[in-house]
Write a protein that binds this ligand. Structure first.
Ligand SMILES: C[S@@+](CC[C@H](N)C(=O)[O-])C[C@H]1O[C@@H](n2cnc3c(N)ncnc32)[C@H](O)[C@@H]1O
Length: 354
């Protein structure tokens, strides 16, 4: 039996621990939940706080709330509901691909790999990858990275179902998670699913991909899930579901700002708006003001007026073509080992490596 500490040692510098308690201080604050599950908290590591970011982005000419702020506890639960909606094809399509590509992927997984996942969420898709790794390896080290505390419940559920998994969660943003996993001394498969890369502008997406590349060793692999450009009606109904869950998810970010930052948003005064911007090949999600109103957010000393019909942008979701996938990968110094699709060719999963 391989001892766990022999697997993927982590080279992050450690400060003295205070010993005995559950929290061990290192360069990152680590919470040990049990011998097979701990997580580190990276808030405050070189990145602006939610208050600072929202203060800036709501004061700009185009008022904007970054989509990463959707994911408080309620937002993460609403996202999970979205993934089961009949109109929301991305989750089903990507799961179909992950299932069908497993034999092909297995061919690239010679020897042991740790699994790193950016934006792991409920880790539903992760199971399809873990099934593959857990069968072949004595122990699987899993490093989920997520800004949402959902990482705690989803990790405990995985731990219950996979007896040979050891989990180190990174509760924080992608950038901090990537610096953490850069220090792992073993081969990694990095999964970045759900087309979350589409939430970044093309230039930010290529910066992020380069950052991912920098966290990879020469024989590491990246599994990148991407939503493909397609007919407008399919795209628009995925973001305008009949049950109104996406609208709730969108509006929930205002509730979060009210609770956490002292905002006075009246949710009744906003409506969900999502449409496909064909020329930029992206879905745009906004919150549209139903009437003239004045907003104040007390903890950041911000106040501004909204006209009737004026919107706050809450998400871009870029849709990709094959040419773009290949050129994005090339631009980040990654080669394409394969691209898999679902039966309707709605979604793609690319396997990339340095
Ligand atoms: C669209 S969900 C995708 C979840 C899952 N990977 C899937 O494919 O169904 C995005 C996930 O990424 C997390 N997330 C979003 N922005 C993030 C960021 N900047 N840093 C870390 N996690 C982030 C969210 O909390 C959420 O769990």
């Amino acid at each position: 039996m391989v001892r766990q500490e022999q697997l993927c040692s982590h080279a992050a510098p450690k400060r003295p621990t205070h010993g005995g308690g559950r929290v061990v201080h290192s360069a990152y604050k680590r919470v040990v939940v049990n011998p097979r599950f701990s997580y580190v908290m990276t808030a405050g590591h070189h990145l602006p706080s939610m208050a600072e970011e929202i203060g800036r982005s709501l004061a700009g000419r185009i008022r904007f709330i970054h989509p990463k702020f959707f994911y408080d506890e309620a937002g993460s639960l609403l996202f999970e509901q979205i993934t089961t909606l009949p109109e929301y094809y991305p989750t089903r399509s990507e799961m179909e691909i992950l299932r069908s590509m497993r034999p092909g992927l297995a061919g690239f997984l010679q020897g042991d790999f740790a699994l790193v996942e950016l934006g792991s969420g409920s880790a539903k898709k992760t199971r399809l990858l873990l099934d593959l790794l857990a069968q072949r390896q004595e122990t699987v080290e899993y490093y989920p990275i997520d800004i949402s505390s959902i990482i705690k419940e989803s990790s405990l559920r995985l731990q219950r179902d996979y007896k040979n998994i050891k989990i180190t969660g990174i509760l924080g943003q992608y950038e901090n998670g990537l610096s953490f996993v850069k220090g792992i001394a073993c081969r990694k498969v990095i999964a970045f699913l759900g087309s979350s890369i589409g939430n970044f502008s093309p230039s930010a997406a290529s910066r992020l991909l380069k950052n991912i590349r920098l966290a990879m060793g020469p024989s590491d692999l990246l599994l990148l899930g991407l939503d493909l450009a397609k007919q407008r009606d399919v795209l628009e109904s995925a973001y305008n579901d009949f049950a109104g869950i996406t609208a709730k998810f969108n509006l929930n970010v205002l509730k979060r700002i009210n609770t956490e930052l002292g905002g006075n948003f009246d949710l009744q005064n906003f409506e969900h708006l999502a449409f496909y911007n064909q020329s930029r090949r992206r879905i745009e999600m906004h919150l549209r003001s139903r009437q003239p109103q004045e907003i104040t957010i007390s903890s950041i000393n911000l106040s501004f007026k909204l006209r009737r019909g004026e919107t706050i942008l809450t998400e871009h979701s870029y849709k990709f073509t094959h040419g773009q996938i290949e050129s994005m990968a090339r631009g980040a110094g990654l080669g394409v080992k394969g691209i898999w699709h679902d039966s309707r060719k709605f979604f793609a999963v690319a396997l990339l490596s340095p």
